[in-house]
Ligand binder design. Structure first.
Ligand SMILES: Nc1ncnc2c1ncn2[C@@H]1O[C@H](COP(=O)(O)OP(=O)(O)O)[C@@H](O)[C@H]1O
Ligand SMILES: [Mg+2]
Length: 244
């Protein structure tokens, strides 16, 4: 499905020095896989997600989707090819209702409210309370996060990338969120999912775990190979400790 070949990404830092954030990184994500990327803060995880989504372009190396070179394709072109990205900080859209957002995501302007409600129910929101709400500051971080995940579900994309979906939500919401991801894992058909997370509960759902630090892959293997070594480290934080 997705292949990164020798991808590097450099920026100019505040002193105008070249700083390499991703260094010669190669990674293949096969079909039907649930892959969790973890590692210390500042390791380059969000940058990697942005490179996959096309928000940033690599300084060198290639990104391929189903064997097609997408390195120079825009965010929109990648979205059309089935790459969907959920941000670490959810976006608010003034004036749009939740129903509009789901219709937009599904590219179905006339989708019946009932059909849209199913996506909200899937993320644990009582659909009738939310479907006509405006997507604005009156929604909590956890609600926004779930609405955003509902739009990712509605897009039915081949590759969904989530950057720390647990960020900014309370423990109760986190437990529901874990269930949503467990369900996504069960429902994988011809899609794959990449989640950036430190949470043990999410690492436990993974088929594969990638540990990223200092812009390179330190470890990549099945959950059984990688997870035991991570327990108790910063890369696998117990949900209760982190969210208290
Ligand atoms: N555009 C940028 N300019 C300068 N430094 C950046 C830029 N983007 C990311 N960084 C730096 O790159 C490192 C990796 O960031 P990030 O990908 O957000 O890490 P993570 O998501 O693993 O915490 C950090 O030190 C961050 O400050
Ligand atoms: Mg990050």
């Amino acid at each position: 499905m997705l292949e990164l070949r020798n991808v590097s990404f450099e920026v100019n830092d505040e002193n105008d020095q070249n700083k390499e954030i991703i260094h010669d990184l190669s990674l293949t994500v096969d079909d039907h896989r649930f892959v969790v990327i973890t590692g210390p803060n500042g390791g380059g995880k969000s940058t990697l997600a942005r490179l996959i989504a096309g928000i940033e372009q690599p300084t060198s190396g290639q990104i391929l989707m189903d064997g097609i070179d997408i390195t120079n394709k825009s965010i929109t072109e990648r979205a059309q090819m089935g790459i969907s990205f959920a941000f670490q900080q959810p976006v608010r859209f003034k004036g749009l209702q939740v129903l509009d957002l789901i219709r937009l995501a599904a590219q179905d302007k006339t989708m019946a409210p009932g059909a849209a409600c199913e996506y909200l129910s899937a993320v644990g929101l009582c659909a009738k309370d939310y479907i006509n709400r405006e997507v604005n500051a009156s929604l909590s971080g956890g609600e926004l996060k779930r609405i955003e995940i509902a739009t990712v579900l509605a897009r039915k994309t081949r590759l969904s990338v989530f950057d720390e979906p647990e960020a900014g939500i309370d423990l109760w919401s986190f437990q529901n969120l874990t269930r949503i991801f467990e369900k996504m894992r069960e429902d994988i058909t011809d899609s794959s999912i990449i989640i950036i997370s430190h949470q043990e509960r999410i690492l436990e759902i993974a088929d594969e775990i990638v540990v990223l630090a200092n812009g390179t892959i330190k470890q990549h293997g099945t959950k059984d190979e990688v997870l035991p070594g991570l327990i108790g480290t910063e890369s696998a934080v117990n949900a209760c400790e982190r969210l208290m």
